[in-house]
Design a protein around this ligand. Sequence first.
Ligand code: PFF
Length: 470
Amino acid sequence: MEATRENWGSRIGFLLAAAGSAVGLGNIWRFPYMAGSNGGSAFIIIYLAFTFTIGLCIMIAELAVGRRAKLAAVGAYKHSSERWTFAGALGVLSGFLIMGFYPVVGGWALAYVWKSTTGLLADPGAIGAAFGGFITSPVQPVAWMLAFLVLNVVIVAKGIAGGIEKAGKILMPSLFVMLVLLGIRSITLPGAGAGLAFLFRPDFSAVTGTTFLAALGQSFFSLSLGMGCMITYGSYLKKSEKIPSNGLIIVSLDTGVALLAGLAIFPALFAFGLEPAAGPGLVFVVVPSIFAQMGGIGVVLSIIFFVALTVAALTSSVSLFEVVVAYLIDQKQIPRIRAVIGSGVVMAIMGALASLSLGVMSGTPIPLLGVGAFDLFDILTDKIFLAIGGLLLAVFVGWVIRKDDLRAELTNDGAHTFGGFTLWYHAVKYVIPVAIAVVAVVGIISIEQTALMLLGLLVIAVFALFSRRF
Ligand code: PFF
């Protein structure tokens, strides 16, 4: 197994791919609307605090677990203890569920490349209604979702170094440049000051237990944590790479992009008099509105922006896809091509249901749960499975893996030092499990959909019971 395991072609290749996994719709589509509907800067402060404490520690832990075992999520847990296999399997399930709705939004981004060329920007007043009309229609968004999914299948089928790494290398930097340009334009619009105040002047009166869970969920989602994705990527990482510094770079890049997206969106949003709590349509309405003011060049920039957004989505979704596929290859000995096509078909069905749940099926939510497929996949993963996945990983690392093994992994067998080791170790062993549990309890108490939470816990219990089967 060791001899045949692929490795990243280069250090920068790994970093770009891991940052490519982290930076995605979570930063540019989800972060702004989560911040917008959770009160702005107070949410952002809590999000930042979680990201650089819990998030960074779990990032380092996941990379270490993956590289130590040289196996993807399930295998890495199983490598230490069969009783823990379920925690890896839960991650695979999370990846699968996220792939039930992520390609829907990826499809929107792809569609907006096309729409930018076909008159979307011609009537700025109609951009909001156009988005609503588009995502609720029965055929168009499903077709775009399928197109996005096909791109995933092609990349993941080609394996690690060939597909994912190349895509990240070429296209991630362009997104960064686009966001900086957009941010500058947004901040210099007349009336942008209110947006900056919303971003930077904290109002803690809007903070509740739900805000903390939302911020933790957003942090994990954005960093691709809590579901074994970084375990999987770490398993391909060379023995000579320093894990702590790589982890810090990934976390910083991801957070930087989210904040940039916020800077690009909120000043413009307030300048145009739009509503910060408008929800999932934020980026698809605000960004085209900025471009619509620019005339011909706006069309070109809009095309570039949505190409970049599609690519960011793609480098993240292939990592989700890879978690599922790596499991099928490593644990079930299914050939890569068959694993990719088989899981792709199931994801297509889930994606179609998720897309339709926003339109024609919006009047018929899932019985007992009261939400549609899109929200079900989103809430189950982001609010429940990722947080609990992170908690389980912390307990696993702190209490199952030997401290000396961790030290060896994080210092490359003593080849260099990791000054924060003791702090990191105690945080992972004692503080983080308790912190996540507290945040989950405080947040869940105020979630209306208790049935959803019960469903989530039931799934986890069943997984734990059948841990040896995965
Ligand atoms: N981090 C990605 C984003 O922010 O869009 C989404 C994601 C990718 C979540 C991979 C989880 C994951 F394992």
